[in-house]
Write a protein that binds this ligand. Structure first.
Ligand SMILES: NC(=O)c1ccc[n+]([C@@H]2O[C@H](COP(=O)([O-])OP(=O)(O)OC[C@H]3O[C@@H](n4cnc5c(N)ncnc54)[C@H](OP(=O)(O)O)[C@@H]3O)[C@@H](O)[C@H]2O)c1
Length: 267
């Protein structure tokens, strides 16, 4: 059974229309560009309502114009614990895609400061910590899915990105700890960690490719050629939406690599 309910447009402070109550709500962090905006678009394509969180109001407003009322922009810092709590309470999502991430400071380890080295811990890891904690404590409804964006760097290291690889490895650990707590408390909340391959198709990835190409003494295009088939935001969006739609998989914890060939489950 479904029931029509009125949806409020929070950006304009007015009613935005009517939706089917069975339509699920997803929260996507880091939705203003790159992988996050593509994930938001793909989830909306599949009929979800998406609350998109990022700090850049203009980019979120552009996305809202492109995606329509099913996209609810929220200008906020995703590393704020209160933001996580409040948005989960207000929107009751059954899908969380924890994708927000800072641009790593590029440079070899001895040229980093502790501040630059730890940047991704303060943004990527801190945000994953607050949102997973809020997901367990609220808690999300049984069968909800939390997707955490880690990185292939968590498997192989990333010597020109400060503490990025460790911060992303911690996100994978966090998801496994949270899945275990969900199981122990019989919450039925599922967790999936996704480790995308480096790609020059986003601002963050392009900076990484440029740094590693310079170190190898080749140009960025030659370096990127070794990453073919390239992972694109469109592939990321489609694959994350497919993962979110896979209601047949009841595993509490899953881990995937994500390349230009798509998702590949890790043992
Ligand atoms: N691209 C790659 O090659 C690659 C590979 C492996 C993993 N990843 C991971 O995939 C995720 C997305 O990467 P991307 O390449 O799409 O990066 P991107 O294009 O730089 O986008 C990053 C997103 O995170 C948001 N963000 C950053 N800090 C935030 C904060 N404090 N609060 C809210 N939002 C914040 C940004 O929005 P605002 O600036 O507007 O806040 C933006 O929407 C990241 O976690 C990244 O580490 C990327």
């Amino acid at each position: 059974m479904t029931r029509a309910v009125v949806v409020r447009d929070e950006a304009r402070g007015e009613e935005a229309g009517v939706r089917d109550q069975a339509q699920t709500t997803a929260v996507v962090t880091g939705a203003s560009r790159g992988f996050g905006s593509a994930i938001a678009a793909a989830l909306i394509d599949r009929g979800h309502r998406v609350v998109g969180v990022a700090r850049t109001a203009e980019a979120l407003a552009d996305l809202r114009r492109e995606l329509g009322a099913a996209f609810v922009p929220v200008v906020a810092d995703a590393t704020d614990a209160k933001t996580a709590r409040t948005l989960i309470e207000r929107h009751q999502p059954t899908l969380l895609v924890l994708n927000a991430g800072a641009m790593p400071a590029t440079g070899p380890v001895h040229e980093q400061s502790w501040e630059s080295f730890s940047r991704n811990w303060h943004v990527d890891t801190q945000h994953a910590f607050h949102w997973m904690r809020a997901a367990l404590r609220h808690p999300l409804a049984p069968d909800s899915l939390v997707v955490a964006m880690s990185s292939g760097a968590a498997l192989r290291g990333s010597p020109l990105s400060g503490g990025y690889a460790g911060a992303k490895a911690m996100i994978r650990f966090l998801a496994s700890y949270a899945a275990d707590e969900s199981r122990r408390a019989a919450l039925g909340i599922r967790f999936a960690t996704v480790l995308p391959q480096l790609t020059p198709a986003t601002e963050l990835g392009a900076a990484g490719v440029a740094a590693y190409a310079e170190r190898a003494g080749i140009d960025a295009a030659a370096f990127a050629a070794a990453l073919e088939p390239l992972l694109t935001p469109a592939i990321v969006g489609a694959e994350i939406a497919r993962l979110c739609g896979d209601t047949g998989n009841r595993d509490e914890l899953r881990v995937y690599e994500l390349t230009g060939h798509g998702l590949h489950a890790l043992a």
